[in-house]
Design a protein around this ligand. Structure first.
Ligand SMILES: [Zn+2]
Length: 278
C-alpha cells in the first residue's frame, strides 16, 4: 500500500470513528433527555432538580412558577425527533398535557434542554406557559361567544316586540353585520309610529322630519278605493316621505288633504294588486 492510500484509509477510519462516536453520543443524549422527561412526569425528581442549575434568583423562581410547589399531572408525548444543537442545547417538539389545581393545558410546544457537563437539564419550563394562540382560544373566544349570544338575544327580542321577526330578518338577526341596520330600521319605524300617532291626534303640519330634522313634514291622504285609505307624510325640505295603509278612514281625513299626484300613485298600485289577484 503506498503512502497516499495509507493516508486515505487512515482519514476514512478517523471519519468513521468520529461519526460513530458522534452517533453513540447523540443516542446517549437522547436517552438522558427522555429520562429527564420521565423523571419530571412521574415525579421521580423535584422539578427544581431538573432545571438548568445556571438559572438563578428571580429567573429561577419565574421558571418554576408553573410547576413549583403545587401538585400536578404531566404527560409529554414527543411529536418529532430530538434535535441536538452544536451549542450543547437540544429541542424536542411535543404534545404537552398539564394539569394542576388552577391551570390546565393541552398544547403543542417545544421543550428546550441544555447540557451541563455530562448531565442534561430543562433549559426552562416555558412549555407549561399558555401560548398566545391558546389564550385567544380559551379566553377571547368565549367572550366573543358571549357577546354574540347577548347581541343576538337583544336584537331578536326587539324585532319580536316590533313585530318584525319574519322573512329575511329571521336570518339577519344571526349575522352581526346586520345588527346596526336592524337597530336603525327599528328607530325609523318607531319614529314613524310616533309621527302617525301625532297625525291621529290632529297635528297634521310642521311635524319634525326624521331625516333633515326640519319641522317641514305635512300630512296628506289618499282614497284610492271605496274603502281604501292611505296616510302620507311628505317633507318640504328634503326627499323624505313615508306612507301607511289605514285599516279604516283616518280621523283627520278631509278631501282638502287629498293630494292628486299621491292619489294617482296609490290608485295605480291598488289596481296592479287587484289585477295580480285576478
Ligand atoms: Zn326632511
Amino acid at each position: 500500500m503506498n503512502r497516499i492510500s495509507c493516508i486515505f484509509v487512515y482519514s476514512f477510519l478517523l471519519c468513521l470513528g468520529t461519526t460513530l462516536v458522534g452517533q453513540i453520543r447523540t443516542a446517549a443524549d437522547k436517552q438522558r433527555i427522555m429520562a429527564l422527561i420521565r423523571n419530571l412526569s412521574n415525579h421521580a425528581n423535584d422539578p427544581s432538580a431538573l432545571l438548568d442549575p445556571q438559572i438563578v434568583g428571580e429567573k429561577r423562581a419565574n421558571a418554576l412558577k408553573y410547576i413549583g410547589d403545587k401538585p400536578f399531572e404531566l404527560s409529554i408525548t414527543p411529536t418529532k425527533d430530538i434535535e441536538n444543537r452544536p451549542d450543547g442545547t437540544a429541542v424536542l417538539p411535543a404534545r404537552v398535557r398539564f394539569k394542576n389545581p388552577t391551570d390546565e393545558l393541552d398544547s403543542d410546544a417545544e421543550l428546550h434542554f441544555v447540557r451541563r457537563g455530562d448531565n442534561w437539564y430543562f433549559a426552562n419550563f416555558d412549555f407549561l406557559g399558555w401560548p398566545a394562540i391558546l389564550i385567544v382560544v380559551v379566553i377571547v373566544m368565549p367572550l366573543l361567544g358571549l357577546f354574540y349570544a347577548v347581541g343576538t338575544l337583544v336584537v331578536l327580542n326587539r324585532l319580536r316586540n316590533d313585530g318584525r321577526l319574519w322573512g329575511a330578518n329571521l336570518l339577519k338577526v344571526f349575522i352581526p353585520a346586520y345588527w346596526p341596520s336592524l337597530y336603525r330600521e327599528r328607530a325609523t319605524l318607531a319614529v314613524q309610529i310616533d309621527l302617525l300617532k301625532e297625525v291621529d291626534s290632529g297635528n297634521l303640519d310642521n311635524l319634525q322630519c326624521p331625516q333633515c330634522r326640519h319641522r317641514a313634514l305635512s300630512t296628506w291622504f289618499t282614497n284610492p278605493g271605496p274603502e281604501a285609505y292611505r296616510t302620507w307624510l311628505v317633507c318640504a325640505e328634503c326627499d323624505f316621505w313615508c306612507h301607511s295603509i289605514n285599516s279604516a278612514k283616518p280621523s283627520s281625513f278631509s278631501e282638502s288633504r287629498v293630494r292628486s299626484d299621491l292619489q294617482e300613485k296609490d290608485t295605480a298600485i291598488l289596481r296592479a294588486l287587484r289585477t295580480r289577484k285576478e
